[in-house]
Design a protein around this ligand. Structure first.
Ligand SMILES: O=c1ccn([C@H]2C[C@H](O)[C@@H](COP(=O)(O)OP(=O)(O)OP(=O)(O)O)O2)c(=O)[nH]1
Ligand SMILES: [Mg+2]
Length: 151
């Protein structure tokens, strides 16, 4: 298991709210909690930035983290992310924030400590561009955007 430096920015973490942990042996994501003082009521269509009370510093440029919606919240309540996916750079060590978007049709209440999103650590390859005037031939070539049909 890879060690990632984490800082607690809100003293309720580790006390009232547990540090993020994998729910099962096979979990890919760690749930992030809304580290808010009061309930937040999010009107349909609105987006708000919610602190997690945590900061991480990945440090290793071959890794990044992504913040993803929780399936249940997204599917049942329309609670997804204002940025669709949050990307956490390996050299970022500021507060971990979650942009919460109510894309549903009903008001949604977020309570302090609610698990609002999940974070996943992923390998990253940094690419260096090799400037060319023509590409090698390939099976697909320039065909894309549904060229192969539906069935
Ligand atoms: O959901 C998110 C997305 C990003 N970040 C932090 C970590 C990330 O490393 C930094 C910058 O994110 P990004 O590069 O996606 O945003 P930007 O709009 O390009 O900002 P910048 O100009 O600071 O790179 O913001 C979060 O805390 N939560
Ligand atoms: Mg950026």
């Amino acid at each position: 298991m890879k060690k990632i430096d984490i800082k607690i920015l809100d003293c309720r973490i580790g006390d009232h709210f547990p540090l993020p942990t994998y729910a099962t042996i096979g979990s890919a994501g760690l749930d992030l909690r809304a580290c808010i003082n009061d309930t937040v009521v999010l009107a349909p269509g609105k987006t708000t930035l919610i602190p997690t009370g945590l900061a991480i510093h990945i440090k290793d440029a071959t890794l990044a983290a992504v913040i993803l919606p929780r399936s249940g919240l997204g599917h049942k309540y329309g609670i997804v992310l204002g940025n669709l996916v949050g990307l956490i750079d390996s050299d970022y060590h500021g507060p971990l924030m979650v942009s919460v978007w109510n894309r549903g049709h009903d008001f949604v209440t977020l309570k302090p400590g609610d698990r609002i999103a999940q974070i996943v650590f992923l390998p990253v390859i940094q690419a260096e561009f090799n400037l060319v005037v023509s590409f090698d031939t390939s099976e697909r070539g320039e065909r894309g955007f549904g060229h192969s049909g539906l069935q």
